[in-house]
Design a protein around this ligand. Sequence first.
Ligand SMILES: Cc1cc2nc3c(=O)[nH]c(=O)nc-3n(C[C@H](O)[C@H](O)[C@H](O)COP(=O)(O)OP(=O)(O)OC[C@H]3O[C@@H](n4cnc5c(N)ncnc54)[C@H](O)[C@@H]3O)c2cc1C
Length: 441
Amino acid sequence: MPAPLHDHRLWTGTVGDRPPPSTIGDHGRPSRGAARPGSGQSGPMEPQYAHLGEALGTDFFSVREQFTDEQWERFATVRKFVDAEVLPEMGGYWERAELPWHLFRRLPELGIVGETITGYGAAGMSPLACGLVHMELHRGDGSLGTFLGVHAGLAMQSIAMCGSEEQKQRWLPSMSTMQRLGAFALTEPDHGSDSVALETTARRDGDHWVLDGRKRWIGNGTIADLVVVWARDEADGQVKGFVVETPAEGYEATVIGGKVSVRSVWQADITLTGVRVPEENRLTGARTFADCAAVLASTRGLCAWMALGHATAGYDAALRYAKERTQFGKPLAAFQIVQEKLVQMLADLTGMQLYCMQIGRLAEAGRLSPTIAGLAKMNNTRVARRILGTARDLLGGNGILLEHHVARHWADIEAIHTFEGTETIQTLIVGKEITGIGAFS
Ligand SMILES: Cc1cc2nc3c(=O)[nH]c(=O)nc-3n(C[C@H](O)[C@H](O)[C@H](O)COP(=O)(O)OP(=O)(O)OC[C@H]3O[C@@H](n4cnc5c(N)ncnc54)[C@H](O)[C@@H]3O)c2cc1C
C-alpha cells in the first residue's frame, strides 16, 4: 500500500498554494507568475521569472518511486524548507558573503544534523535519505549545504568514527543541536591534494599535546567551537586527530576573503602556535592518516548528491525560463537547438540521479567502496558543471544575475569540483584501481 508520504504533492511542488501536478516528472506545467503567452510580460502581481529557483520535480526515469517512507519524509521536509525559506533570500546573503544564521539554526529543528550517526541526538538517517537531504539543500544553496557538510559530515563523523565512547558522549549531543559547531582542519597552505604529507606537528608534553602549524581552507574555522585538527605526532611520524576547543591560546583563524563560490559559508586560514590540547581530546581511534582518509571516504559519495542538487536547480530553471522567455516571437523552447540543449541536460541529469540512487543502495548494503564513491563524485561534479554552464547560457544576461538563481549554482559547483579530492585526484584514484598502477603516489 502506498504510504501517505508518497502523495506527489509533497515533493513535486513547493509549499503554499501551488496546485498539485498531475504526474511525478511534471516537466510541462507553467509556473505562477509565468509570462502571458507571446507577451514576454510577467503577471500583474509578481516580477518576471519569479519562480525560476523552485523545483519542477524532475524525475524522468521515475527513480523516486523506490524511496522508502523515511527517505520521502527527509526529502519532502528539506524540499519545503528550501522553496519556502532558503530561495527567497539566499541570493542576498550570497552577494553580501554573510552567514545566514537563521537558516543554519533551522537545520537541527528539521532533524537533519548528524548524517547517518545513530544516538547522541543525531539525525540517524539512512545513507540514501542523507544523500537526498544534501541534494535538496544544494538545490537550494551550496553555502548552506557546505556548512552542514563540514559540521556534520566531517567534524561530527570524525568524532563518531574515531572517538571513544566517552568522547562521543561529551561532544556529539551538543553538536547534534548545533549548540556547538564543528570544523575539520586537514588542508594546509602547502598540502592540498597531498594532504597525506601534512606538516602540522603534535608533541606530547605530559598529559597534554602541543600543536604547531598552519591550516588553510577550513570551513567554519572562525566560528567553530570544536575543531578537529589533523597533525603529525613528532614521536612516531603518524597523523593523529585532536579536538581543539575554541577559544584556545595560540589558535588564530581569519576568514579567506574574495571568494567567488559558496560565499555564505566561511573558510579560514588558521595558525596553531603552541596550542595545548589535553590527552583526553586526542581522538583515540585516529592513529594514522588512513583513519582520516576513512572519514573523507565516508563523505565522498555525498559530494555526488550535492552536485546533483546544483545541477537540478540549473536544469529546472533553464527549462522554466525557456518556456517563459520569448525571442523572435516564440518561446526559446520552440527552437530546435534549445530543445536539444534541454534534452542533453535532462540526459545528463538522469544519469546523475541513477549514479546517486545506486551509491545510496550500495551504502545501505555496506558495499560503497571509496573508489565507487570517487567515480560518482568525479562524474557528477563534471556533469553538473556542464549542465550549469548550459543553464547559464540559456538564461542569457539573466544567467549572470543572482536574482535568477542559476549564477549562484554555477559559481558554487566550483567548490565541490575542488574540495574533498579534486576531479583529477578522484580520476587518478579510480585509474589506480582499474589499471593496478598508481599514477600519483
Ligand atoms: C570551498 C572550499 C572548502 C574547503 N573546506 C575544507 C575544509 O573544511 N577542511 C579542509 O581540511 N580542507 C578544505 N578545503 C580544501 C580542499 O580539500 C582542497 O582545496 C583540495 O584538496 C585541493 O587542494 P588545493 O586547493 O591545495 O589544490 P592543489 O592540490 O594544489 O591542486 C591544484 C591542481 O593540481 C591538480 N593536481 C594535484 N595533484 C595532482 C597530480 N598528482 N596529478 C595531476 N594533477 C594534480 C589538482 O587536481 C588541481 O587541479 C576546502 C576547499 C575549498 C575550495
